[in-house]
Design a binder for this molecule. Structure first.
Ligand code: NAI
Length: 459
């Protein structure tokens, strides 16, 4: 009889949360089994962050090729080959997935290509089973199953998803032809990035959003600026509008009490995501939920000692970079090291063109907390490099200073490279650097990030 192997750590899900946890735990010489039912890398690598950024970069190059006369570049006919873009995207994904596999191997992690289901306990150990009923036992368990798209209960939507007229964030990254008219449901992160992409490469795009602002919880000034910019680029936004029906080639919606119909060639459903928990067997261990997500504390611990949940499945920030950090903290906790996730310096980024990024608190949050603050707002044109590389576009650098501690409380950015240098502001916030200390920091010149330095001296 073969003995069931006992692992120090069982991990369900090989996305950013799961593979980061596996890598850290493997490096710390824990025996780790990582279960993945699809492809390593999860949604982020295979059908989310990386594919969308690959597509967006092609669109950016296309835009530049067609709009570079002011920079002294004259191009003859420029065309866009979506099939080639998708091919390249698939190559990038393959390379990165292979990279994750390599990392797992280097960390001594055992990858089990199967769907795992929690089946309770065996004494002090947690028990998982694959579809064939094979048992795996572990001293600790990390749930990192991610999230799935929310499909709102709109009549006709399920049929449209089946027929291919409607797609989710997965399908939209694999269209080999540019739809003449794309209708996007939801002006959140996915809706905006894909609207920006398809508009740049030639689609007419209409975005239907329930709320009266785009970009979810973003600072209203930032989301207003982005809205204006995207509208100028030709994206049509229907705000405060509700999709009421999806037909065979049209979308019906209601706005200001009026029912309207829009002809469409493709519909993207980007109405949010929810934790992937169904069929996992959470009830076999009595794992508690909160708003449909696995409830965790600042160490990623669930209510069951030894069981952790990291990434989208815990419903906290639903961002790959938050998942990485949550994974590290969960592994530290398993190893008995003190660690804690702080979201204070967790940046949010929307990779539209222009990029939008923010970190820390907004003005509204400072007001709500009754904290005295000061702010400064500058366009990126305060940076020499920005001027050198850009022909006037809308941009914003807003810094918020906590007047009590004289440290930065928040930052909102719109403009090129925002996604790359927001991390520096996150560090300033997290480390509670005072204005004087930040002023003493040397910024490389010329960089677009220097707009931060300019703003700091005006606070
Ligand atoms: P989201 O929650 O960001 O936005 C969904 C939007 O859809 C909301 O504004 C909501 O009001 C709207 N909506 C919902 N039902 C609707 C309906 N029936 N009609 C009209 N509008 C409706 O969700 P999204 O964009 O799907 O993104 C999912 C997750 O993926 C988010 O948690 C996001 O953070 C993450 N993500 C992050 C990226 C990044 O960091 N750059 C990129 C892509 C996704």
């Amino acid at each position: 009889m073969t003995e069931t192997m006992i692992y120090d750590l069982l991990i369900i899900g090989g996305g950013p949360g799961g593979y980061a946890a596996a890598e850290r735990a493997g490096e710390a010489r824990l025996t780790v089994a990582l279960f993945e039912q699809n492809k390593l890398g999860g949604v982020c690598l295979n059908e989310g962050c990386i594919p969308s950024k690959t597509l967006l970069n092609s669109a950016k190059l296309y835009y530049q090729a067609r709009n570079s006369q002011a920079f002294g570049i004259k191009t003859a006919a420029t065309s866009y080959d979506q099939a080639q873009v998708i091919k390249r995207k698939n190559k990038v994904v393959r390379m990165l997935v292979a990279g994750v596999k390599q990392k797992m191997k280097a960390a001594g992690v055992e990858i089990i290509e199967a769907a795992a289901r929690i089946s309770g306990r065996d004494g002090d150990l947690f028990c998982l089973q694959d579809a064939c009923g094979k048992k795996y036992l572990g001293r600790n368990l990390i749930i990192a199953t991610g999230s799935v798209p929310i499909i709102p209960p709109v009549p006709g939507l399920n049929e449209a998803l089946e027929s291919g007229f409607a797609v989710t964030s997965r399908g939209i990254l694999d269209l080999t032809e540019i739809p003449p008219h794309l209708v996007v449901i939801g002006a959140g992160v996915i809706g905006l990035e894909m609207a920006s992409y398809y508009r740049t490469v030639g689609s007419e795009v209409t975005v239907i959003e329930l709320r009266n602002q785009i970009a979810g919880e973003a600072d209203p000034q930032l989301s207003g600026l982005l809205l204006k910019d995207l509208e100028q680029k030709g994206i049509r936004f229907l705000l405060g509008a509700k999709v009421t029906n999806i037909g065979a080639d049209c979308v019906n919606y209601e706005q200001d009490g009026l029912s309207q119909e829009l002809a469409a060639d493709c519909v993207l459903c980007a109405a949010g995501r929810r934790p992937a928990i169904s069929g996992l067997g959470l009830e076999t261990l009595g794992i508690e939920l909160q708003n449909g997500a696995v409830r965790t504390d600042a160490q990623g611990r669930t209510n069951v000692p030894g069981v952790y949940a990291v990434g989208d499945v815990n419903g906290s920030w639903m961002l790959a970079h938050a998942a990485y950090r949550e994974a590290e903290v969960a592994v530290s906790t398993i190893l008995g090291r003190e660690d804690e996730v702080s979201y204070l310096n967790c940046p949010s980024v929307i990779y539209t063109s222009p990029e939008v990024a923010w970190v820390g608190l907004t003005e509204a949050e400072m007001e709500q907390a009754g904290k005295p603050y000061r702010k400064v707002e500058l366009p990126f044109s305060y940076s020499g490099r920005y001027q050198a590389e850009t022909e006037r576009e809308a941009s914003l650098c807003k810094l918020i200073l906590d007047e009590e501690s004289m440290t930065l409380a928040g930052c909102q950015l719109m403009g090129p490279y925002a996604s790359e240098f927001i991390v520096a502001v996150g560090i300033m916030i997290k480390q509670k650097l005072t204005l004087d200390k930040i002023k003493a920091q040397i910024f490389p010149h010329p960089t677009v990030a220097e707009v931060i330095k300019e703003a700091i001296f005006m606070l």
